[in-house]
Design a protein around this ligand. Structure first.
Ligand SMILES: [Cu+2]
Length: 122
């Protein structure tokens, strides 16, 4: 076997192995959640997922800049009108976690509340 052929075969084997490992690492993916922030609430105000889901959120605002902040997951995403934001996170700890708007200069933003429910893995 030539050296070049040997290298190609190993590269292919490595690529196949990497593909398998990546598939295993990805784990389950939740359905995407479309979350709208507007004076002064989140819609929906409750997001339910399963533990270890990869959660995708499409966040938009219809009035002023808001944020979706989940302290337990160290997430704080700011969104402006006309510029939706998409982000993902792995829901790796179970429980019920509040989310809120951290742009607290507006009184109303301090009232913006929701909850993320991560159902424990069985
Ligand atoms: Cu706000």
């Amino acid at each position: 076997m030539s050296m070049a052929r040997y290298t190609v075969r190993h590269a292919l084997a490595f690529a196949a192995l990497a593909a398998v490992c990546t598939a295993q690492d990805q784990g389950p993916t939740s359905k995407p959640f479309a979350v709208t922030a507007h004076r002064f609430a989140f819609e929906p105000a409750r997001i339910e997922v399963n533990q270890d889901d990869l959660v995708k959120i499409d966040l938009r605002t219809t009035d002023i800049a808001h944020s979706l902040t989940i302290d337990a997951y160290r997430i704080a995403k700011r969104v402006e009108p006309g510029h939706p934001v998409t982000f993902e996170f792995r829901a790796d700890h179970a429980g019920t976690f509040p989310y809120y708007c951290n742009l607290r200069l507006e009184d109303g933003c301090r009232r913006m509340r929701g909850e993320l429910v991560v159902r424990p893995r069985r």
